[in-house]
Design a protein around this ligand. Structure first.
Ligand code: UDP
Length: 237
């Protein structure tokens, strides 16, 4: 590839294209956790994450969710719309796990009656702290109206993904998403949707099929990501 590298993150590179309104996002094999303290290369992860994210974003586009995804361009890359990123992460939780279990002293695996939406400030130096709507508005990151759109869209995304993953024999435990504003100022989903940013548990066995295999040294990381890609391909047939 001979394109200008605009940005390199932990798991992806962003390249310019001839069209200023489009970028290429390239998925890498690098895995990091705990703010870069734990690092590894996982063979095939970039390819699997690109495949999984492209399948899921394409599926959301087809089901009325505006996303930045245009098309997959090769094994590792996607063509995406340029958006102005909003500096919050939205975490949607269907099952209690991870930081929520730890923070509130709850058992992992509890299924609450409601869906839980967290918002976190995207600031690695501060450790991406949990914030609330008023903080986000006070900091000038979003308006209350935009937050309403973000929560409504996140709930729709959750319903669509939960149903698709159920068909694939997988419980969508939780996931993180980010949004951006397009040229018209509309909120669009502008993120990857991969096992790096979700918790996915096998419905039958409870087996972890996501980045927790890497974070918690459970082994078979590559196999889990390949399994998710294969099952999603089947579920979408
Ligand atoms: N997550 C993410 N990026 C972050 C924080 C969380 O992709 O910066 C994902 C994580 O993989 C999980 C969900 O969001 O699927 C909830 O994460 P949690 O708050 O439980 O944090 P963790 O336990 O991963 O530190």
């Amino acid at each position: 590839m001979n394109m200008e590298l605009l940005h390199e993150g932990k798991s992806k590179q962003i390249f310019a294209t001839d069209n200023p309104a489009r970028v290429i996002i390239r998925f890498k094999d690098d895995a990091t956790a705990f703010y870069n303290i734990k690092r590894a290369k996982i063979e095939n992860k970039g390819k699997m994450n690109c495949a999984i994210s492209s399948l899921l974003l394409g599926y959301l586009n087809e089901n009325g969710i505006a996303t930045h995804f245009v098309e997959q361009t090769d094994d590792h890359s996607q063509l995406c719309r340029v958006v102005e990123h909003v500096a919050i992460e939205v975490i949607v939780r269907n099952v209690i796990a991870g930081s929520m279990a730890k923070r509130l002293g709850l058992e992992e695996g509890i299924v609450p009656e409601n869906t839980i939406f967290d918002i976190c400030l995207r600031d690695a130096e501060l450790g991406d702290p949990l914030i609330n709507d008023h903080h986000a508005v006070a900091m000038g990151i979003v308006s209350y109206e935009e937050l309403e759109t973000i929560y409504r869209t996140s709930a729709k995304i959750n319903a669509l993904l939960t149903e698709l993953y159920r068909k694939a024999g997988i419980t969508l435990v939780d996931f993180k998403i980010e949004f951006g504003r397009d040229e018209e100022g509309r909120m669009v989903l502008a993120d990857e949707l991969t096992p790096d940013t979700c918790r996915l548990w096998d419905i039958e066995t409870g087996d972890r099929l996501d980045k927790d295999r890497f974070r918690r040294d459970l082994g078979r990381v590559r196999e889990a990501y390949e399994e998710v890609a294969n099952r999603l391909r089947d579920a979408l047939k």
